[in-house]
Write a protein that binds this ligand. Structure first.
Ligand SMILES: [Zn+2]
Length: 540
């Protein structure tokens, strides 16, 4: 149910955890009363004067309510009231849904009623793919996840998505809900790993005989808004790219360690693939950015450097093999300068940092552990300073609301979480939690960005199945990219105008890929963040 009047309170619409800090945002500076369910006044707060939040244009105050015990509370200011709930484990359902969101993106298989409920469809994209550069070559490359609102499958973004999930499981295993009701549930492997394996099996098929990885498997153009099984245009294996090869190499080396406890043969296959990819990278040092071939209009996922992909790959291979040659490569690449707090599909230096700090640790040696740790702690201060400069606590300056602004916001949450893991700093923990609160409703739009959750929820994501299945509610557990004032469509500009602030440059409308698309690599940093806070709530 959407109300047209926005509340003066902005809250995490999925609730708060008992034992963790509770933040709410309130417009203007008037006093706020906090009542419990029995009508007892818990606290009267006279906020700091509201300050102007540049990104949203709102005058807003962030209230720190400290920790609250389990229960339902009412916030009251003047004639306005809004309820918040505090629970022991408020985020189990949303964490599980974010992981299962990827199940609904599965390609090449039918989504069956017993797992998918109403969101069933027959198998899609099962025909052989044609090599774009040699049309005489036809290969079965089925499987993997549809990337986003479209039906393409892209190597680098897929590899990064899997890696976020594997690290969520490695670092916060108790925070990853199991028994997700997917086809593999109950097979003795945690479901987050079962789901990630669906993509890994496809990723292995994207490698060429020479070790390089195809950049993507897509049609020449995006499909119209039809169900996946109706999308029968020819799929092409597009040319290889350095970045895709580096990201796949890193992801497979990481996965070889994670799955070794469950399936040695699968682990060996992934490590062999990663080593072949590394050999190719080693013998092809010159970087060539990927560009869509003439006549191809699907996602380009361009990048201007492969140094961060190579760095991440060298770290993961060092962890997988212990071989000195990978330490040497990782140290050399590190010496060039790496951004250690970026975890997105294009900038993966943070993934290499995560491997050094939490996997290799002292075994990484002075440069890749002691020095890198110091550099990471210093670089991660930026995320906290962004959060502290924002009225809503959102770790994104006004001018950085790009296409998929949820990614830098959650990437900054990841940086703050990792800082907390290293230092125990509570200000970093609270900063990270504000990003989770943002995703779930404590934002200028008063919208919960995860489909299926929140009293004011996303109803019309740019997602082909949700837009063409004839079911009102969108596929659940998918996170919207959110406001984008940097690269909006012309039609979005016409609707919102230049005067709309960046954090409100958003349309909950199906055609608005620029503000309301979903993507697997936005779900995955949300899974990482969710798993961390769900784990903390279990301890609380
Ligand atoms: Zn498909």
């Amino acid at each position: 149910m959407q109300s047209s009047e926005l509340s003066k309170f902005r809250v995490n619409q999925t609730g708060y955890a008992a034992g963790l800090p509770v933040h709410v945002a309130v417009a203007d500076g008037s006093a706020v009363c906090l009542w419990d369910a029995e009508g007892n006044l818990i606290r009267k707060i006279v906020p700091e004067p509201a300050s102007m939040d540049t990104a949203s244009g709102d005058r807003v105050t962030l209230l720190d309510l400290g920790t609250l015990s389990e229960g339902t509370y009412t916030l009251e200011s003047g004639s306005e009231k809004r309820c918040i709930t505090v629970q022991k484990q408020p985020w189990e359902a949303v964490t599980a849904a974010l992981i299962k969101g990827l199940y609904y993106q599965r390609c090449g298989c039918a989504l069956e009623k017993k797992y998918a409920g109403v969101y069933v469809h027959p198998a899609c994209h099962t025909a052989a793919a044609v090599d774009w550069e040699d049309r005489s070559v036809c290969l079965q490359v089925t499987g993997g996840w549809h990337d986003a609102g479209d039906y393409g499958k892209y190597t680098g973004p897929g590899a990064v998505t899997v890696a976020h999930m594997l690290y969520a499981w490695k670092l916060f295993p108790q925070g990853c809900p199991d028994a997700l009701n997917i086809p593999e549930t109950g097979n003795g492997v945690p479901d987050i790993l079962n789901e990630a394996r669906y993509e890994l099996e496809w990723l292995l098929k994207m490698q060429r005989a020479d070790g390089a990885f195809h950049h993507k498997l897509t049609k020449a153009r995006f499909a119209p808004f039809i169900m996946p099984q109706e999308d029968c245009e020819k799929e092409y294996l597009m040319p290889m790219s350095h970045c895709a090869t580096g990201a796949a190499c890193a992801c497979l080396a990481l996965a070889s360690r994670v799955y070794r406890a469950y399936d040695t043969a699968f682990a060996d296959r992934m490590l062999a693939s990663a080593l072949r990819a590394w050999k190719w990278l080693d013998t092809h040092p010159g970087f060539v950015p990927f560009q869509n071939p003439e006549g191809v209009r699907t996602g380009q996922y361009g990048d201007n450097s492969d140094r961060d992909e190579r760095f991440w790959a060298a770290c993961e291979l060092l962890a997988a093999t212990g071989e000195e040659r990978f330490r040497k490569s990782a140290e050399e690449l590190y010496a060039e300068g790496q951004s250690l707090t970026h975890f997105g599909w294009a900038d993966v230096g943070g993934m290499g940092a995560m491997c050094c700090l939490f996997e290799l640790q002292e075994k990484a040696g002075d440069t890749l552990y002691s020095q890198l740790r110091q550099d990471f702690l210093q670089q991660s201060e930026e995320a906290l300073s962004f959060s502290q400069a924002s009225g809503y606590g959102t770790a994104l300056p006004a001018e950085r609301y790009i296409w998929g602004s949820i990614l830098p916001i959650l990437s900054n949450a990841m940086a703050m979480i990792l800082n907390t893991q290293l230092t125990g700093r509570q200000d970093m923990l609270a900063g990270a939690l504000l990003q989770w609160d943002y995703a779930l409703g404590m934002n200028a739009l008063d919208i919960c960005f995860v489909t299926g959750f929140g009293e004011r929820r996303i109803l019309h994501p740019h997602h082909r199945p949700s837009g063409s299945d004839g079911i009102d509610a969108p596929v659940p557990g998918l996170i919207s990219g959110g406001p984008n004032k940097r690269f909006p469509y012309q039609v979005t500009r016409e609707k919102l105008g230049e005067g709309t602030p960046a954090a409100k440059y958003f349309l909950d409308e199906t055609p608005s890929a620029d503000t309301n698309e979903i993507a697997i690599y936005w779900n995955s940093p949300a899974i990482f963040t969710a798993a961390y806070f769900h784990m903390l709530s279990l301890k609380g």
